[in-house]
Design a binder for this molecule. Sequence first.
Ligand code: SF4
Ligand code: SF4
Length: 215
Amino acid sequence: MQKIGKSEFNRRRVNFESDESRFPWLSMLLDSYAIIDTAIESAIELQYRSKQKGLACQNGCCHCCKTHKDIPVYPHELVGIYFYVTEKIKMPVRETLKWQLQFFKQTDFCPFLISSSCVIHILRPTACRQFNVFGTPCAEGEDPFFTRRDDVLTPNVNHTNQAFLTVLDFYEIKDDKKNFIQNNKIHTHVKNLRELKWLQLIKAMNDYDLKAASL
Ligand code: SF4
Ligand code: SF4
C-alpha cells in the first residue's frame, strides 16, 4: 500500500488544540480526515493523469449535496458534526442552520448546505470528502455514479481502512482492530445523514447559546 507521507498529512491535518484536549475522540477524527484528504489528493492526481480530465468539483458547485439520497455518516463523524455545529458555527449562519434542521424532511437536500456551501466543510463526513467527479460538473439532478461512473473518483480502500483504524478507540475496539476493519464490521454502524432527525442537535445549540449568554 502506498504510505501517507508525514508532511502531506501534517499539511492536511486541521487542529482544534484546546478542544482536542477536552475531547480525545476529536484528535482521532481529525487524524482520520487528514488521512482521507491526503489520500484523496494523491488519488485525484493519479486518476487525473490516466483519465486526462480535470477535476470538476469546485467551490459553490453543490448539486451533489442536493441530489444524493444516501449520505453515509458514522457515529464518530456525527459527534464531530455535533461539536462543530454547536460550538463553532456563528450567526447568522447559525440561525439559518437551526431553521433548516428544525424543518428538515428526508426529501430535502442536505441540511448543512447553506447558500451553496457546506457549513460543516471542515468536519464533513468521509463520504462527502471522497465524492469527486472529473470532466464536467454534475448537472442538476444528476448522480454521475449512475450516469458516468468512469468520471467518479474511486477512493483507495486501503487508505480508507487506514483512516478508520485511527478511530476504533471511539468504538472501544481495543483488540483485533484489523479484523474489525477487514471484515467490514465498522460499516454496521453507518447511518444515512438524510434519514437522521436533528432536534437533539438544535437543543445542543440552544443549550450552548444559553450558557454563553449567562457568562
Ligand atoms: S460532485 Fe458534482 S456537483 Fe458535487 S462538487 Fe463535484 S462536480 Fe460539483
Ligand atoms: S455534509 Fe456538506 S458536503 Fe456533505 S452533502 Fe451535506 S452539504 Fe454536502
